[in-house]
Ligand binder design. Structure first.
Ligand SMILES: [Zn+2]
Length: 330
């Protein structure tokens, strides 16, 4: 019985000495770890394309920000971010004061990554003039130029751009103001109108003409050869003041006095390069640059200029030639 008690006592003594050894190792270890953890912290070292870019203690937060940045959520006009390889994270212990924040890591990733931008270029005659951030801006500019009836509207266009260059954008109204072009005021060049040759062949005009004054009046001089020289038009006698109607719709290019014998005359430019001329008028009711409809009263018969009685001198011109009006009218 005593033997048993003695051996139990021996076991306790043995345990106590073992415990002493354990405490001698564990306590200093805890103290050492405690001291280390005051100055050092478990951290992730972040590398991108093999280059060290910083430390973070929250790699999930950094990765989330990188993902959002790559989706282009954070900045306007960024189409996408191309980073050749994703950042790599490895656990390490670093001195507490060395811990970078994730914003700095993100800015380094931005520098190393390639950013692709998406925006729109406004073109004039296929040449880039301005940049705007959205398609809506580009379309609004085109619409506004159309509304203002800009002369160059056919030359203005836009195109979508994807590239690594960010551009400075110009405000919509500024672009509209800069590109707007007034319609030119028509300045007739008189010399061109009187150099037309007299053609004998009938030419298809491609437009329909109506009689400028009613039928039934006497034709006093036909087109072509006559004793006094070539006659480039058709003369129809009519009382002074008889209304003259536009033979077709078009733009009045001349309405005024002629120095070459037509007196008060009107020239209208029609489609297909066809022109009609009305000479010796007593009154002119239209002016240069004005658009007239077919049949609109433009002037009145008279005997102004090189004329010996009230009549309409009518000419039809196309492709640089004066054509016989009786191929088409009367
Ligand atoms: Zn004549």
């Amino acid at each position: 019985m005593f033997k048993i008690l003695k051996s139990i006592k021996n076991i306790f003594v043995h345990i106590r000495s073992s415990l002493k050894i354990v405490l001698m190792i564990v306590i200093p270890a805890i103290i050492i770890v405690g001291i280390i953890s005051i100055f050092y912290k478990p951290t992730y070292s972040v590398t991108l394309n093999g280059e060290f870019i910083g430390y973070t203690d929250d790699k999930n937060k950094v990765q989330k920000e990188v993902n959002e940045y790559m989706k282009g959520i954070q900045t306007e006009n960024i189409a996408f971010i191309d980073i050749e390889t994703l950042p790599e994270y490895s656990l390490c212990f670093v001195k507490r004061q060395n811990i970078d924040n994730s914003e700095e890591i993100l800015s380094k990733i931005k520098q190393l990554g390639t950013t692709y931008y998406n925006y729109y270029a406004i073109l004039l005659k296929d040449e880039t003039k301005y940049y705007v951030p959205t398609k809506e801006d580009a379309e609004a500019i085109i619409d506004k130029l159309k509304e203002k009836d800009s002369n160059n509207i056919k030359d203005v266009a836009y195109t979508e751009i994807y590239n690594t260059e960010q551009q400075t954008f110009t405000a919509q109204d500024e672009v509209v103001e800069a590109l707007y072009e007034k319609k030119p005021v028509y300045v007739p060049t008189y010399s061109n109108y009187y150099s037309y040759t007299i053609a004998s062949a009938k030419v298809d005009l491609g437009i329909d003409l109506i009689k400028p004054i009613a039928s039934g009046y006497t034709i006093t001089s036909r087109f072509g050869q006559r004793s006094s020289g070539n006659h480039g038009g058709l003369d129809i006698a009519a009382p002074a003041g008889t209304p003259i109607h536009a033979a077709a719709a078009g733009t009045v290019v001349v309405s005024g006095w002629s120095n070459v014998g037509y007196g008060n005359h009107i020239i209208i430019s029609h489609e297909n390069g066809v022109q009609t001329l009305y000479g010796h008028c007593s009154a002119l009711y239209v002016s240069a640059g004005q658009y007239v409809e077919q049949g609109e009263v433009i002037g009145a018969v008279g005997t102004t200029g090189n004329s010996s009685g009230n009549h309409l001198h009518l000419e039809i011109r196309a492709n640089g030639s004066r054509l016989n009006p009786q191929y088409y009218l009367y």
